[in-house]
Design a protein around this ligand. Sequence first.
Ligand code: ADP
Ligand code: ADP
Ligand code: MG
Length: 619
Amino acid sequence: MIESLLIANRGEIARRIIRTARRLGIRTIAVHSDVDAQMPFVREADQAVCIGTAPARDSYLRQDRLLEAARETGAEAIHPGYGFLSENAEFAEAVVAAGLVWVGAPPAAIRAMGLKDAAKARMIAAGVPVTPGYLGEDQNPARLQAEADAIGYPVLIKAVAGGGGKGMRKVDDAGQFAEMLASCQREAAAAFGDDRVLIEKYILSPRHIEVQVFGDTHGQVVHLFERDCSLQRRHQKVIEEAPAPGMDAATREAICSAAVKAAQAVDYVGAGTIEFIADGSEGLRADRIWFMEMNTRLQVEHPVTEAITGQDLVEWQLRVASGEPLPKSQDELAINGWAMEARLYAENPATGFLPSTGPLDRLRFPRDARIDSGVEEGGAVTPYYDPMIAKIIVAAETRTAAAAKLSRACAAVEVWPVRTNAAFLARAAADPDFVAGRIDTGFIERHADRLIPSPEPSAAVLQAAAAAIVPPPANDPWSALSGFRANAPSARQVEVEVADKPYLVELEPLAPPASVSGGVLFLGGEAWRFGGRRADHAGGGASTGDGAILAPMPGRIVSVEVAQGATVAKGQRLLVLEAMKMEQALLAPFDGIVAELAAIAGAQVAEGSLLARIAPKDG
Ligand code: ADP
Ligand code: ADP
Ligand code: MG
């Protein structure tokens, strides 16, 4: 077994790896950027090395500095985690060339699966069913359009080098194709330095089903069953579970053995995931599940597989990298119970899921869930990296019980002043369609109305706020303990201010079970400032009433779509800003003219900087 390990990653994944390495007696070395110096993963490692400044390209993506840090600290192996350099074949080769152990996929397998078009061609050759589409070299827009027309709409344009939900556009009809292609290519060029695309038939009622596979250096490959990651927003996973609802034994056998075959076709070693897309319109059927891509790394959602199989996948990775055989054979692996994971993001569902950054003055999680988090109370969410605050993982005997537990766990999350999707997650996990297993990748968009909490406080929030500012009747011990107000005078009116607005509340005898701290009320995953204080977080609007278009967060201007003096209509796209790995369009707040235009394509902008000003037409 290796004795020391450098972790070329940060946050929750670095902590996750440290946890297992420590249990196995392996010395751990963290690397970090200057802004991450105070993060828990840096403290928890046996040793830490600062390798650069905040932007990932100046630190976590600096291969030379990572290798230098490994040399300086005498590390024997490097674990890349996920994201960053985990699927970079060149880095894997450099690690091996430096005489170190690479705790990841073999470089040749990373290469074979790295580009979606080449990977699919390879899978077709190996006899794995693949989504129908165009994988050709010819990238002429006219040719691409002709191929899309031939496949039949809707189609999906995908960057061949894409990943993480980026570089992907659904096109519903021929008329939209050219515009979607251009925007997909632009995003792909910026994110992956490669603007080539492929075109796929868009599968209707799509479900994302993936299979965890594992190979060792002795030629063995096993699977650890499937996960369902159909709950997505903009192609990014939000809630994952294992096993997949509605999967029968025969279908499971078919897709899991297809996954093993796919891994064997590239002589796979280590942890990998074969992602499939299923047409779920008539339940899961083996002849309606197609290979989509392989991720040659550990996956963000690996904990749900750990929960149902009782295995530690990071331990498997470290053993395999050390040359040991797989800890279990296929016969020794079985599914036990049901597990679900929700990704808690620093974002505000009420403002179109705008990312939210800032200090974490409060960060509390429920005790009866596994929490994989990279941050702690008193820390912060910075704009430089992934906006994920934590993964909330639960397991239970049945799917229904797991969903209820997940919803309760998300509802119990308390975060302030950073905004999160906790209430949204709690609602999604409790949604009757979700609980019934009626899920596909369009679920969130379709049910947005009932999943996204209102920007106004609910009656329950007002009740809880009112109850919190009225002192309980002194002679009633029960009320002090539980908020139960049986003896309270009836119809007490209370003036409360919630998120800056005054409300007159008729206090009812039973207040909802909210938690209160520092003038903030937490209920159902929502957080509200209340009392007489001003709320300082109205939630990142991109424009203000005077027509000034301000950068809602630090980012880079991707494109400017209007000229100075141009006439614009309310809702028209003015420019596109890229921040926290997402493109965000800034829109005209009202009809008018572009009176001022400060934004320049390609420029980095600071939060709050003036990008443009729209003036009303008559003024
Ligand atoms: P996965 O495919 O592993 O389920 P995603 O596709 O949602 O996860 O992840 C998007 C991309 O960002 C992937 O390349 C993933 O490895 C990376 N990523 C996601 N979360 C993190 C994180 N917390 N730290 C670093 N990289 C991450
Ligand atoms: P990434 O590399 O970004 O993970 P994938 O190719 O794995 O990209 O696709 C990500 C998501 O996009 C899938 O989980 C699914 O929601 C959707 N998707 C991908 N291909 C199709 C398809 N052919 N039809 C419908 N949805 C698809
Ligand atoms: Mg994928």
